[in-house]
Write a protein that binds this ligand. Structure first.
Ligand code: NAP
Length: 658
């Protein structure tokens, strides 16, 4: 599909569209602007003809798509003229200033089977999609309340030609961003419950807005939420709330820093369960910003597919109806039914928030895993630490793989966290469990697996592991180890004879693996893992296994990369999970890691995690520090280049031992 576009309007935004058109399959065939100089400059820059009159441009340029980049109040007329000339139209926001005009444009497009799209495309933005996934996961519970801001600021300060903004006020420009997002998430607004408008503006300004400069309204969505909206030219765009949106549900809250943002940053999406602080929810895979021309390309694709899309046009028309309703309510001081502004006979599209897969995981390997997991071991520098708070923070930040084990003694605590309001659905979390080496005999393994599942509150593990290949003697079951005194925990898990030597048990790796297979046969786990294996041990399992391991978990970091074992696993379609990725003494002080980190904006720990992910290995760092929990998660969206990978691989220490 290669398609020509005619740009109508050659101002600042047109240059942005033209630049981003270069990376699409669209080409600029002509430019039209009533300001001939502007049209000519843009046309010359892209080697295409320019016009000052739309009828003439349409007569000379047979581009199937018109991109309407004129000033706000001119949108509707230009769109109508282009539709009447049988062109598909993509328009800057708003579609029109009156809902009935917007409705007529939609009807015209529908009658002629033309596509009609309207900006903004912010529901497609990377941060907005991340926020949408949190909403779709149901973690907020029913959403009841929201606060949306559109603090456009003093347009006279930041726009070269502010007149178009001053003519229409902050509703039809700034407010359109949160409204578009909210409508795409929650569906139509039923009522403007109350609205008020102020004419605040500094006296010293030479120009004053023709429409109210500050508007506040409370909107009730048909699907339930009530959102208070503030749109202002007076509140500066550097105010604490710029384009922030905060949603509150029965179980948790969501904060999105910029409803109009086209790019993404670590902490522009935050989630907080009730009673807990907000935790940033960073992206977990490489993300790119949205470009202006992306939406035009999607529209063109719908045309090429023979199904010209009017979906964003319908949404844009409803947004105009909401703005009309708000203005109406400010004048009449009473509730206004938005449905009275019937914009289209087409049914309004329903909310686009759907349960989505986890960010990232563009894995080519056998089973699909999140790019990073969270280590739940309580063991830290020779001591046991309580992990409840840190695991809760990790779940809030978006970790969706928990590395647990009966040895860690806290499965019951994890179970409680997963059952609490605001927790993710356990089905959405990959839970890896491990049977300790004193439980390799069948009866003991079965009892251990069933008890662990009960404590975690799940029916089956996503993967169940032999924690170690070698067996030790059994000294009793390991229920809720964290609730026992340390001496008791250690006597149960590290069985020693009178001389202090560990007592091994004569259970072969093949037998232990057969027992693990029987756990899978009973439906207690979906896949199997073996941890801490050597290459020969893994080969033994692969020779005899009826159910092959899906995951191998090994100690892995730059000092001990175990690359041969990793390669073998990948050849066999086995995923590798890297335990203890950060705790090797001295590792995080390596100048090489610091140097690479400076280039990528990562800490040395972030570099180690990105190195693992670039190798298609899933690291499972543990941390009890909030900022580390978040920055570790954020690091895995980075992929390192071959040069950096080589430098990190060269840190390997032969015979590394802790
Ligand atoms: N299968 C097995 O036999 C086995 C063995 C060992 C471990 N594991 C698994 O692997 C998990 C992780 O291993 P691990 O507990 O040994 O620790 P690790 O993740 O390698 O390292 C944890 C240490 O790194 C620090 N840290 C974390 N993020 C950091 C950052 N961004 N900057 C600076 N320091 C940072 C932590 O301090 P802060 O708390 O201050 O962040 C902590 O001291 C365990 O929880 C467990 O699930 C499995």
């Amino acid at each position: 599909m290669v398609m020509d576009c005619l740009f109508v309007g050659a101002g600042a935004i047109a240059s942005e569209y033209a630049a981003s058109l270069q990376s699409t399959r669209l080409s600029l065939a002509g430019v039209c602007d009533i300001d001939g100089e502007r049209a000519e400059t843009l046309g010359a820059a892209y080697d295409c003809p320019s016009f000052t009159d739309l009828e003439t441009a349409l007569a000379h340029i047979d581009a199937p798509i018109v991109v309407n980049l004129t000033s706000h109040a001119a949108h509707a007329d230009v769109t109508r003229t282009a539709l009447e000339a049988n062109r598909h139209v993509y328009s800057q926001k708003p579609l029109a200033l009156k809902a009935d005009t917007a409705g007529k444009l939609l009807a015209l497009a529908r009658d002629r089977n033309l596509a009609l799209g309207v900006a903004p495309e912010n529901p497609q933005g990377p941060s907005q999609r991340r926020a949408a996934r949190i909403l779709a996961s149901g973690r907020l519970g029913p959403v009841q309340l929201g606060y949306a801001h559109a603090h456009v600021g003093r347009v006279t300060d930041w726009h070269e030609r502010p007149d178009s903004f001053l003519d229409i006020g902050p509703l039809y420009d700034g407010a359109v961003y949160p409204l578009t997002l909210l409508v795409s998430w929650f569906g139509p607004v039923e009522t403007v419950r109350i609205a008020d408008a102020l004419d605040v503006w500094p006296n010293r300004e030479a120009q004053r807005p023709a429409a109210s400069s500050h508007v506040e309204a409370t909107l009730a969505f048909e699907s339930g939420p009530v959102v208070r909206l503030t749109a202002s030219f007076y509140a500066p765009h550097r105010s604490r709330e710029f384009y922030g949106l905060e949603l509150h549900g029965d179980d948790g809250s969501l904060y999105l820093e910029g409803t109009g943002a086209m790019d993404t940053a670590i902490d522009n999406v935050k989630f907080g369960r009730n009673g807990h602080e907000y935790t940033p929810v960073p992206p977990q895979s490489p993300t790119s910003s949205i470009e202006y021309a992306d939406a035009v390309e999607r529209l063109a694709q719908s045309v090429a597919d023979g199904a010209p899309s009017r979906a964003t046009g319908r949404r844009g028309a409803h947004v105009v109806a909401i703005c009309n309703g708000i203005e109406d309510a400010t004048e009449n001081r009473g509730p206004v039914e938005v449905s009275r502004y019937n914009t289209s006979a087409d049914p309004f599209p329903h909310p686009v928030v759907e349960p989505g897969a986890l960010d990232g995981s563009s894995d080519r390997m056998a089973i699909r895993l999140p790019p990073i997991g969270f280590g739940c071991s309580r063991f830290r520098d020779g001591e046991y630490v309580d992990r409840r708070e840190s695991i809760a923070t990790a779940l809030d930040a978006g970790y969706r793989l928990l590395d647990s084990a009966e040895l860690y003694g806290n499965e019951h605590r994890i179970g409680k966290l997963l059952a609490a309001p605001g927790a993710p659905d356990p089905e959405a979390v990959f839970i890896l469990g491990k049977v300790w080496r004193t439980n390799h005999r069948w009866e003991q393994m079965l009892e251990a697996a069933e008890r662990s599942l009960e404590e975690l509150g799940i029916d089956a593990f996503d993967s169940y592991a032999l924690h170690w290949p070698e067996a030790w003697v059994h000294r009793g079951q390991l229920n809720r180890l964290a609730d026992h005194p340390v001496e008791r925990q250690e006597a149960l898990t590290f069985p020693e004879d009178d001389e202090g030597n560990i007592q091994t048990a004569a259970i072969s790796l093949e037998t232990a693996w057969e027992n693990l297979e029987a756990i899978a046969d009973r439906g207690l786990t979906r896949t199997l893992t073996v941890s801490n294996v050597t290459t020969p041990q893994l080969e033994r399992i692969l020779e005899t296994a009826r159910v092959r391991p899906s995951i191998v978990q090994i100690e892995r970091h730059p000092y001990r990369p175990q690359n041969d074992l990793v390669s073998l696993c990948h050849e066999e379609g086995i995923r590798v999970v890297a335990h203890s990725p950060l705790s090797a003494p001295g590792l995080l002080d390596e100048p090489t890691l610091r140097d690479i980190g400076d280039r990528y904006g990562l800490s040395p720990a972030g570099v180690v995690l990105a190195w693992n992910v670039t190798h298609h290995v899933v690291p499972i760092p543990s941390s009890t520090t909030r900022s580390h929990i978040v920055s570790n998660l954020a690091a895995v969206k980075t992929r390192l280049g071959p040069e950096e990978i080589k430098r990190i691989d060269s840190l390997r220490k032969t015979n590394f031992e802790r």
